[in-house]
Design a binder for this molecule. Sequence first.
Ligand code: NDP
Length: 333
Amino acid sequence: GKVLVSGANGFIAAWVVRSLLEEGFSVRGTVRSASKSAHLQKEFASYGDKFELVVVPDITQEGAFDEAVQGVDAIEHTASPFHFNAIEPEELITPAIHGTLGILRSALKHGKSVKRIIVTSSCAAVLQIEPEPKTFSELDWNEQAPKEVAEMGRSTPPMTTYRASKTLAERAAWDFVEKHKSEIGWDLVVLNPPFVFGPHIHEALTPDALNTSSRQFYTMLTEPSSPAVRHTGSCWVDVRDLGRAHVLALLKPAAGGERIIVSAGPFVWQDWLDAAPESPKYEKGAPGAGKDAVHQIRYDASKSGRVLGMTVYLRWRRLREIRRAIGRRGDGK
Ligand code: NDP
């Protein structure tokens, strides 16, 4: 089968593409401009004509994906802005919503062979800021962020704007499916990852060019921070596991119609400082001090185990082993 991956040059998408190719799928990726093709063509050269790229210059344009969806069996929609450089909230919200609706609409009109569409949403569309620590599940929706954007406009904190964009885009996707259920020949799966970390295989030649979550990770590891910051965190998933989840979401019939949190567990930044290899490049913080930190946000990721058969906990376990090994070494060698 052939799978369309939007925003193929992104941090997560590159791993989605690799996971699909490894599974034997053909992949058609979309990028915004031809200049973003060369790196991926090289990265996936060994797959020959099983990998192709097409240019979709503006995902918010009516019919932008009309051609790209033709002849594919499934779609993985990852393209969506995740940055904090917007002045107007619409700079994030419009492409998030209209990119998602656009690809669904193109699939409805021109995706005769499409059986399943997977949308990369986010835990940003799940979590809310609560006074007490909370374990969120797929039943939870972020009602707060869209409300705050409506009230605060361009003075909304950038992270809140991003969360609103993901919430509104995911809502729009489910509403579209509900509205058109009698006409569509495919079902929808939504994946909701928390912070995504791990090795990058997309093009990022300098730390500044990294995607937002990787850059934040890099900054935390390489720049001094206060204990207050080091003891905050969230939940995370390894980008390789998330790539695999995008394949499993395609392969597992039971995933159809499901919203699925894909999370390896909670972290505080100090955990990563503890896990980092011994190097003068990396901050140390206060080793071990993160272990007593309170995790304000947790996710019930049991559905990903039940429906996708995810083994995301493996890598989390490996992190703990590394951390223990570092602790045992003691002398810093
Ligand atoms: P990247 O920034 O690496 O990738 C984003 C992709 O979306 C790029 O291909 C980018 O194209 C494209 N894109 C961004 N804005 C637009 C736009 N206005 N029009 C068209 N294409 C656009 O980020 P990630 O890989 O981290 O994110 C991929 C998806 O995963 C996003 O939907 C994000 O919300 C979601 N996600 C990410 C998490 C994380 O921690 N990284 C956590 C949870 C969800 P270009 O390179 O041309 O800008």
